[in-house]
Design a protein around this ligand. Structure first.
Ligand code: B12
Length: 400
């Protein structure tokens, strides 16, 4: 390595520069597979707040730059924040619906494609249209200096540039997190429902209208079995039939930081289903459904008859969902076990219906054969949720 020798006030600082440059060069040459994408230490930075912050990370329009937003998502999660990511290509309306239904404390909008002057004012308008004009919006990305004022003028709270540190962004989310108060007589049922769910999650009894929905279906199975894609596909089918659907989706919460990445709602295309699907993501360590019966009553009280509950992604013994739902669907995929697994007590016992998803994968017919041996008359459906195959039959079986 080249070293530089400079004398400063008679003192040779060559060793210092050699050390410093070594560090810079090591950083520049760091292998993408050996360096972490976020160097923020995993700790709970939110323990002093009235509730766990919930932030919706938004990407509107045709902007495909998602690298920044993914880094931000991990840094926020590792600081104890619950991060909801609704995916690329959102419209101002779909983002507003997501923020309201998730009862986000703040929308963090990443704008890299020079469309902020058009899309951000529309987002502010849509927040009014869906009943949450008070929701805090911060934006970041490529925002020219002269556009900062128009952004503030249309209601944006903070505008962040490309050099913003992750800790600055954590602080922005923390400062948006204030105590939940009830939303009443707003004229917006779903804004009220969403807040009532937050209150119940926080251990406060809600005064919202309550009625048990007609049918509550629990979807469980191993992580990666396709539960989210399956429920999204069935919800879309429901809307095509002119009906509504509610989905409550549980995702894992870190035992170290308390943070969570709630990414399942991106399977639902809210640009198409609009307000006909109510989707709420919740984070959990393990299986804790204490608040779920009251949440279900609130969902029913808001006019939803059909509800899916998606579990975190169960192991053999995660069977608690059965006690809270009307019917339990266990989703399996080919290649995840053998006949001995099938005979083990636990999750297969609680199934009222089996779904073999990813039915286009190798080993599908072997799995169905093994399931038939233990099913004792319980129905087995074969689906390819990503293509909508088998979804209508399953939906009819579950809800008609
Ligand atoms: C990497 C990159 C790409 C990658 C994207 C990969 C990916 N999956 O994201 C690829 C090569 C695919 C790409 C493509 C294009 N790119 Co490009 N790209 C970049 C580049 C070099 C870096 C972006 C990046 O990842 N930065 C690192 C992340 C961590 O930072 P960040 O996203 O800025 O986020 C930080 C802050 O902005 C802030 N922040 C961001 N959002 C938010 C939100 C909130 C609420 C807060 C608090 C903070 C915050 O915090 C983050 C951390 O500090 C920039 C130039 C630059 N230096 O910014 C151009 C740039 C964004 N690209 C640009 C363009 C034009 C394009 C293309 C249109 C090029 C083309 N003709 O095809 C396409 C469009 C692709 C698409 N579908 O949208 C332009 C945009 C110009 C503009 N807006 O006026 C830029 C600025 C380059 C330039 N100088 O011209 N690009």
């Amino acid at each position: 390595m080249r070293t530089i020798s400079i004398s400063l006030c008679g003192v040779c600082i060559r060793p210092v520069l050699t050390f410093a440059m070594g560090g810079i060069i090591r950083r520049l040459m760091a292998s993408p597979t050996s360096t972490p994408t976020t160097e923020l230490e995993k700790i709970d930075r939110c323990a002093d707040l009235p509730h766990r912050p919930r932030v919706l990370l938004g990407k509107m329009g045709l902007d495909g730059h998602d690298r920044g937003v993914k880094l931000i998502a991990r840094a926020l999660r590792d600081s104890g924040i619950h991060v909801i990511y609704s995916g690329l290509w959102q419209t101002p309306r779909s983002l507003a619906i997501s923020a309201r239904d998730e009862d986000a404390d703040m929308i963090a909008c990443s704008m890299m494609s020079n469309s902020h002057l058009v899309l951000v004012p529309r987002l502010m308008g849509e927040l009014k249209n869906v009943g949450r004009p008070d929701l805090i919006v911060d934006i970041g990305g490529i925002i020219p200096q002269e556009d900062i004022k128009p952004m503030h003028d249309c209601g944006v709270r903070g505008v962040y540039h490309t050099g913003t540190t992750m800790l600055n962004i954590v602080d922005a989310v923390k400062s948006a997190t204030t105590k939940h108060t009830e939303i009443t007589n707003s004229g917006f049922t779903l804004a009220e429902l969403s807040r009532n769910i937050s209150l119940v999650e926080g251990g406060v009894q809600s005064t919202g209208p309550k009625r048990r929905p007609k049918k509550v279906v629990g979807l469980t199975g191993s992580p990666g079995a396709g539960k989210s894609t399956l429920s999204a596909s069935m919800a879309a089918e429901c809307v095509r039939r002119g009906e509504k659907m509610a989905i409550i989706a549980y995702d894992p919460m870190s035992t170290i930081s308390g943070g969570a990445l709630l990414g399942d709602r991106l399977r639902v295309d809210f640009n198409t289903v609009d307000e006909n699907v109510f989707y709420r993501s919740l984070a959990r360590v393990g299986e804790d459904y204490t608040s779920l019966p009251e949440i279900l009553d609130l969902v029913g009280g808001a006019g939803f008859d059909n509800v899916f509950i998606e579990t975190v992604g169960a192991g053999q013994n995660d069977v608690g969902i059965r006690d809270v739902v009307d019917t339990t669907v266990v989703v399996l995929v080919p290649g995840m076990g053998d006949s001995v697994q099938m005979d083990k007590a636990g999750i297969l016992e609680i199934a009222d219906t089996f779904v073999v998803n990813k039915a286009d994968y190798d080993g599908e017919s072997a799995l169905v054969r093994e399931l038939l041996d233990i099913a004792s008359g319980r129905k087995i459906f074969e689906t390819v949720a990503t293509q909508g195959k088998g979804v209508v039959e399953l939906l009819v079986h579950l809800f008609d």
